[in-house]
Each structure stands twice: as C-alpha cells, then as structure tokens.
Design a protein around this ligand. Structure first.
Ligand SMILES: Cc1ncc(COP(=O)(O)O)c(C=O)c1O
Length: 393
C-alpha cells in the first residue's frame, strides 16, 4: 500500500447500467417525478421487502417526516426514539411539533427492548385507549425503531402487540438497512417491514444510492395514500389548484429512480462484497486486546453497509479519539459513531431514560472505511495500522 493513498469512508460505486438508464430518461424526456424508473424501482423494492406499498421520496429524512405526519399527530404528542441514531430520526419528530422521549440501546447499538418495556410499565398510564406519559401527561403515539449499521433490532413480539393494541404506531428507521433481514417469531422479515411504516435511505454513502432519495414501505393503504398525498403538495382538486392541507414537494425524480433501480439490480453482489469486508476486518482485528468489530446479532442478516469498531481504551492503550487522529493522519477516513441525541444542544431538555449504554458506545466506537471498492489489501493495510498503534505496556 502506498503511504499517501487516501481511503474514503463509504463512497458509492457505479457499475455502468446507471449511465444507460440515466441516458434513457434524458432521451425520453421523463426526468421529473413521473416515468418508468419510478415504477420499476417501486416494484423492485416491493418484491424485495415483501410489502404492499412503496412511496419514493427525495430522502429518508422526508420519509421519516411524512411517516410521522401520516399518523395525524397533535401538537406535543410524544414519540419514543433511541438516543443512538442519526439526528434525522429526531428532527422528524420536531418537524411535526411532537416531542421525543430518548431510550437506551444495547451493546449492538440497537434499541433495548427490555429497557423500553420497563419504561412503559413504570412511566406510563392508559386512558381512553391511549398510552400517556406519567411525567408530562402527554400522549405517546409512536415508537421509532432504528436498525443501526445494517443490524436489526431484537424485537419483542409481546411488546409489539402491546403497542398495536394501545395505538402506538411503530416506525422503523431502516435508512441503512436495505437488504438486511430480521427474525421475528421464526419468520424472516426485511428490515422496515415489521412495524407500520419503514423508511429507507438511498443517500450516497448507503448500501445502494439513487444520488439522494428515500422510500417509505408499508402494508397500510391508508398510510400509503396519505404519504403520497402529502408528498405531492396535498392536491385535492388538481384542475383548480385546491389543497385542503399543507403538503410538501417531496417526490423522487425519475432520474434518481433510474440510478436507484440500476443499483438495486446489483444489491446481491454488493452485499456479498460487504459481508467479505466485514469478515476480513473481524479476522484481522479481533485478536488484538481491546478491539471489537460489530458482527450481526443472532436475529439479523446484516447488509454490513458500514463497519463499526469498538475500542476498549484500557486494553488497547489508546482512546477512540487518538485512533481517529492517527488513522486520519495516514489518509484513512474514519469517523465517530453518532453523538447521543439526548446530549444534542437542541434536544437536551427532553426526557431521557437510562441512556448510559448510548454514551458508553459513543465514547468508544468509530466507523471504518467500508466502500464496495475497498480491496482485501486495503483492509489489511488499515488493520495493520490499527493493530500496530496499540500501546504496548
Ligand atoms: C439512521 C438514519 N436515519 C435517517 C437518515 C437520513 O437519511 P437521508 O440522508 O436519506 O435523509 C440516515 C442517514 O444517514 C440515517 O443513518
């Protein structure tokens, strides 16, 4: 490996078909929000996720925003959300004038269902068929589950049924989890297809990209219709420009769908490579004391779109920040995992429940280069840098 070569964190990879489908859009004139690639991409996602309805949007942040809006929230309704998530999951709550209640995650960076159950039993009460927060007396209308870093949350079927019975909708933030699967009651389900609404991202750094884009997947026709209506300016009478609600302009363009469709055709190949990348990091790093590469949990089939390294600074002899600085100085692009959202300046005054693991994980975890184009040689180079940097006593 050349010393001065830069290795990016997670860059998109294009296979060639993207150019052809983009040219096809331009030649046909269908470049905005209608066209054949919109339908092709929708159908392919429907088949992959085994969901009835798919809506294509400009990004996953908008998908989350409309997912919440489709529940017709009242001002100050509350939504349960893990602190360990990208800020978009929480911003979407505020866009809808609702408030978050921050919950903790487990050692796999995923919402801890046993802590969630405990929070519900100790801190809520039931009235008129809804669940209310004892502290604020506000209604809890949804739970956002985040399938972080390709892994799927270990869901508790009993608690899911409890939420269903008590009008708490489940929104799955599956932004990075296209091609990841979870096991629930011995059934294999695509990430985002277990709850009421799933949201997926096609941002440039994800497992596939549409050059920016998002999708909502659902089996609920009412939710699907509402999201389509809202994302298309809430048109009630198209001829006379009548709009009964405040809508948004959030639909994906045919150009973006063309790129996304071409990429989706390569998903199997991409995941195969991503799984090899994870295995190589695991093989190279796991013998060094204090280092742990995130692997899929017993309930997940992970797409491994990004690799997470946990650093136990006592055993490794260096902190996470030392390692980030060191690798950056060698041209290896690495990054911290998400800052816990209950500590974000804009959210600091919101309710949180036992968010200690989220803080621990933040202090010790980094994202490693994980692009499709990453070679075995590059992984070895990065791994050797990391292992040789361990402080010998
Ligand atoms: C967990 C999570 N949710 C939401 C998003 C937002 O996705 P987008 O960039 O498509 O808006 C991301 C993007 O990184 C994410 O990781």
């Amino acid at each position: 490996m050349q010393e001065n070569k830069k290795i990016p964190l997670s860059e998109p990879y294009f296979f060639g078909e993207e150019k052809k489908t983009l040219t096809d859009c331009i030649n046909s004139g269908w470049v905005t929000t209608s066209g054949k690639y919109i339908n092709l991409l929708k159908n392919k996602i429907r088949l992959l996720t085994k969901t009835k309805y798919v809506s294509l949007l400009v990004n996953c942040t908008s998908a989350l925003q409309l997912a919440i809006r489709s529940l017709n929230p009242n001002q100050d309704d509350e939504i349960l959300v893990p602190s360990m998530t990208f800020i978009a999951s929480v911003n979407a709550i505020f866009y809808n004038n609702c408030k978050p209640i921050f919950l903790d995650c487990d050692e796999d960076y995923l919402l801890d269902f046993s802590k969630t159950r405990e929070f519900i039993s100790k801190n809520t009460f039931k009235k008129n068929g809804y669940i209310f927060n004892k502290k604020t007396k506000k209604r809890i209308i949804a739970l956002i589950i985040v399938h972080a870093f390709g892994n799927c949350v270990k869901m508790d079927n009993k608690l899911i049924n409890f939420f269903r019975k008590n009008k708490i909708k489940i929104i799955e933030d599956a932004a990075g989890s296209l091609g990841s699967y979870t096991k629930l009651q011995n059934k294999i389900k695509h990430a985002g297809s277990v709850g009421d609404i799933g949201c997926i991202s096609f941002n440039g750094n994800k497992i596939i990209t549409s050059g920016g884009g998002g999708a909502v997947i659902t089996n609920n026709k009412e939710i699907y219709n509402k999201i389509n209506y809202l994302s298309n300016q809430a048109k009630d009478d198209i001829l006379n420009y009548k709009h009964d609600e405040i809508g948004y302009n959030m639909r994906m363009s045919n150009l973006n769908a063309a790129v996304g469709y071409s990429q989706l055709n390569k998903l199997k190949l991409i995941i195969k490579k991503k799984r090899e990348i994870n295995y190589n990091y695991y093989k190279n790093l796991s013998k060094t004391p204090g280092l742990k590469i995130l692997r899929e949990n017993e309930n997940s089939y992970s797409n491994y779109w990004i690799n997470i390294l946990r650093v136990n600074s006592k055993e490794y002899g260096r902190t996470k920040n030392d390692l980030i600085k060191f690798l950056s100085s060698k041209g290896v692009e690495v990054r911290s995992i998400w800052y816990p959202n209950h500590l974000q300046k804009a959210f600091i005054n919101n309710q949180k429940d036992k968010t200690v693991i989220s803080e621990d994980l933040f202090k010790s975890s980094i994202c490693l280069p994980s692009s499709y184009s990453l070679t075995k040689k590059e992984i070895l180079y990065i791994s050797k840098l990391i292992t040789s940097y361990a402080k010998k006593n």
